[in-house]
Design a protein around this ligand. Structure first.
Ligand code: SF4
Length: 230
């Protein structure tokens, strides 16, 4: 009988509405991120960074993945995410390539805030995945600063252009997630500007999301269905 093993960097598989049974891989410690969203469910960003680093070695992740995949039923997706931003792990490309080489039938999904997509190396790493779920919450720099509170080196125009460039290069699917937050990004002007940018990114799917758990600042509230139909 196989002894149940606890994993440090894997979680689930959890049933996901979007991805079926999804095995999560956590690539950076809590809470390393390039931005500090007001709605973040993980908590405040304690290490605001734009520099990919060896936060968790590829060997450690590969060892856990090998063990899991040898002893368990194959999940519907391997989902690379983090208690922060997974593209900040410099070993991302090696980890995706490892899953694709060993389990070609299991699609790899990466959930990212997309702010590092201006970096060619990050785009090349993500190009090895099958599905990317990037976020876009703002169409203008002031709203980006208010809702996403980015690292000072993140240039808003470069972030948007990175998304557009990646979408043009990528052969897999892009499901763009837009978080609607009343009093932050739900003005008519901002929503129309968001639409213009989304038309340039050309994602396969746009998913609207809103707050259902507390964020990192008080007095946030979720958008109602009625306000989303405006
Ligand atoms: S990108 Fe994700 S992890 Fe980072 S602050 Fe925003 S919601 Fe939290």
């Amino acid at each position: 009988m196989t002894k149940e093993r606890m994993y440090k960097y894997l979680f689930g598989p959890i049933p996901s509405r979007r991805l079926g049974m999804s095995l999560g891989v956590d690539l950076v410690p809590k809470k390393v991120c390039s931005i500090d969203c007001v709605y973040c469910e993980v908590g405040r960003t304690t290490q605001l960074s734009v520099q990919p680093e060896d936060y968790i070695s590829a060997d450690k992740i590969k060892e856990e993945l090998s063990h899991y995949l040898q002893h368990n039923q194959a999940p519907d997706y391997v989902t690379i995410t983090a208690s922060g931003e997974p593209t900040l792990n410099a070993n991302l490309e090696e980890i995706i390539a490892f899953v694709k080489q060993n389990e070609a039938n299991i699609p790899v999904c990466v959930i990212t805030n997309g702010t590092l997509l201006h970096d060619k190396k990050v785009r090349e790493a993500l190009n090895k995945a099958d599905l990317i779920l990037p976020s876009l919450d703002a169409a203008t720099e002031p709203v980006f600063r208010k809702i996403n509170r980015p690292h000072k080196e993140i240039n808003f125009e470069a972030y948007i252009q990175g998304m557009i460039d990646f979408s043009a290069e990528f052969n897999g699917e892009i499901w763009l997630e837009v978080f609607i937050l009343p009093n932050y990004n739900d003005s008519k002007e901002e929503l129309l500007a968001l639409k213009e940018i989304i038309l340039k990114i050309k994602p396969d799917i746009v998913q609207l999301n809103t707050l259902d758990r507390p964020g990192t600042v008080t007095n946030l509230r979720g958008a109602s269905r009625k306000s989303c139909k405006r």
